[in-house]
Design a binder for this molecule. Sequence first.
Ligand code: S3P
Length: 172
Amino acid sequence: MKKNIVLIGFMGSGKSTLGRRLAKRLGYKFIDTDSAIEQVTGKTVEQIFRKDGEIRFRSEEKLLARKLSDRSGLVIATGGGLVLNPENVELLKQNGALICLRADPKIILQRVRSKKRRPLLSKGNLLENIIRLSKERESAYAIAELTVDTGKHNYEEVLNQIKRFLEQKGYI
Ligand code: S3P
């Protein structure tokens, strides 16, 4: 059974953009958890946070993690907070290789100027929020088998790095 490739990491680290390209290259199906939740609920991430609250969004993420853990041959770009729940990590690890994407806060800042899907960053100073939250989440993202910096290498290099790792491990 083909392992899922699960991209984790902070908002703006490049999970969706790279995930889509990686899926294409591997011939895998691509799933973006934020988009999947928007489809299932018929609401945008921003609407869910505003109208139903973060707890509701996190329970949608949990349901989705459970569903995806039964599937194989997927590249999954996770929302930045999905792996904060250890249950989700366990589920996704059952049949998945977890790869973390990261970038320095100033680079993240340039990428997340559009905050539509990022209500957690929308109040107060954007750069300060990025620095604080990414510190808080360091240990959660450290569970990845591989971490790649998308601020220091271009997307093509990152893709090659991930692909080499997956080949070495015998995952693809
Ligand atoms: C979140 C990240 C977002 C989205 C939601 C919460 C987070 O996804 O799921 O705004 O807690 O880090 P991206 O990482 O795709 O921006």
